[in-house]
Design a protein around this ligand. Structure first.
Ligand SMILES: [Zn+2]
Length: 423
């Protein structure tokens, strides 16, 4: 059933004008309210008596599933962060965060201003339940009553959303971080309100690094400074989590510089791929194969994409620009990724410059010899690769910043051992 069908059924049930119901449903659905909940809400609005029997049930957070209908919960507010959304052409401020009791933690969105603050203990009567990514979430809307309790509910969780960069995941909201600004540039983008200036760059702390966007450039954020940021949120951008600092975030300069680790976290390839993307990570595995389109390649001078036989998919016949790159498959037994080496790293593993590669190809009258040389050097060996891992429907790609033969090579270890014992 599409929205119009739902509306027609509902309008005839309630004896109300069809167009009015369509409009009502569409508004709620644009708010991401599930269709069944939207229909219930309209039934209530038009005074349908049958809804009164669907009274909310009192539940503990651990008992709530995506299938639960409206619930009443008593919980501690762990986080509460404001965020602007565009709704019916106007900006609207919502509050998002986490609620907890002894049995669990649940994300919530408050569509009305209930004045929630981290640390508050509340009873939310008649909160809606919706599903997000397989998990239940609470909607506190116009039909929800919120009362504040004097006695704080003890919960086994920290209040306030403090987190390290490594712990952050796409979808996290109202987080508090202390970071150093490692890179920062001002850019002009085509936003929904025309051209607008933003800041983008990289944050670091002792646990790792993550890219960020600051939608409303703040003077406190500049390269080299350390800042504490309250109420940031995390969304996915180009396959990796990105910290978003909005006009609702609070940013304070820190007197002490935040330590930033030099090392990227090392992960099993299976875990890294399952996480959906990691900005800066180390993967160790066996190099199984060098893929087609490696070695000496040609790029389109217009769009920089790799071309085949002088043909760009977008720009047709072009004079290709010679370049070096490697796409190789790295596997550690838990999963595999495609490692992409840029011209510099390719030059290192090839053991020669672009000029050398062109000369080798001319001599052999075949440019595949360059890829073959690289294959002979790296396939079958174990490598430790650092870079940005992005995961999309076409697979997992690791854009390498460092590519080193692993010191954990078993044969190497055996040789070292034999040398040490003087064999
Ligand atoms: Zn092109």
């Amino acid at each position: 059933m599409d929205l119009e069908d739902h509306a027609e059924e509902l309008a005839s049930d309630l004896g109300v004008d069809n167009e009015e119901v369509v409009q009502g449903l569409r508004n709620l659905v644009e708010y991401s309210v599930p269709i069944d909940e939207a229909k219930q809400s309209l039934r209530r609005k038009y005074g349908d008596e049958s809804v009164a029997s669907g009274a909310p049930t009192t539940k503990q957070i651990g008992e709530i599933t995506p299938d639960s209908s409206n619930v009443t919960v008593t919980a501690r507010v762990l986080t509460a962060g404001e965020r602007s959304i565009r709704y019916q052409g106007a900006d609207h401020v919502i509050v998002e965060g986490k609620l907890a009791d002894e049995t669990g933690v649940i994300d919530y969105t408050a569509w009305e201003d209930f004045g929630l603050e981290p640390g508050d203990t509340i009873t939310a009567g008649n909160a809606g339940v919706r599903e997000w990514d397989g998990d239940p979430e609470l909607n506190l809307g116009e039909n929800t009553s919120v009362s504040f309790l004097e006695e704080p509910l003890e919960v086994p969780h920290d209040i306030g959303g403090k987190s390290t960069l490594r712990e952050l995941q796409t979808g996290d909201r109202a987080v508090t971080i202390s970071v150093r600004v490692l890179e920062c540039e001002r850019r002009t983008i085509d936003g929904r309100d025309g051209e607008t200036e933003i800041l983008s760059g990289v944050f670091g702390d002792a646990s790792g690094r993550l890219p960020f966007t600051n939608w409303d450039p703040l003077p406190e954020i500049e390269e080299g400074v350390s800042v504490r940021i309250e109420n940031a949120y995390v969304r996915e951008f180009r396959g990796v989590p990105e910290v978003n600092v909005s006009e609702h975030s609070r940013v304070d300069a820190l007197a002490e510089s935040v330590d930033v680790g030099d090392d990227a976290p090392e992960m099993a390839i299976g875990d890294a791929v399952a996480s959906g993307g990691v900005y800066d990570v180390c993967l160790v595995g066996n190099l199984l194969a060098v893929r087609d389109g490696s070695g000496l390649i040609q790029r389109c001078p217009e769009c920089n994409r790799v071309i085949q036989k002088g043909q760009c998919r977008t720009h047709g016949g072009v004079d290709g620009v010679d370049d070096l790159r490697v796409k190789a498959i790295l596997d550690d037994g838990t999963a595999s990724v495609t490692v992409v080496l840029d011209d510099e790293l390719t030059s290192e593993v090839y053991g020669g410059t672009l000029e050398d590669a062109l000369e080798q190809a001319r001599d052999a009258m075949d440019q595949e010899v360059v890829a073959d040389t690289i294959r002979e050097r790296i396939v079958g060996r174990e490598y430790r690769v650092r870079g940005h891992l992005s995961v999309d429907e076409y697979g997992a790609n690791l854009d390498a910043s460092e590519f080193d033969e692993s010191g954990d090579d078993p044969a190497e270890r055996a040789r070292t051992f034999l040398t040490e014992v003087g064999a």
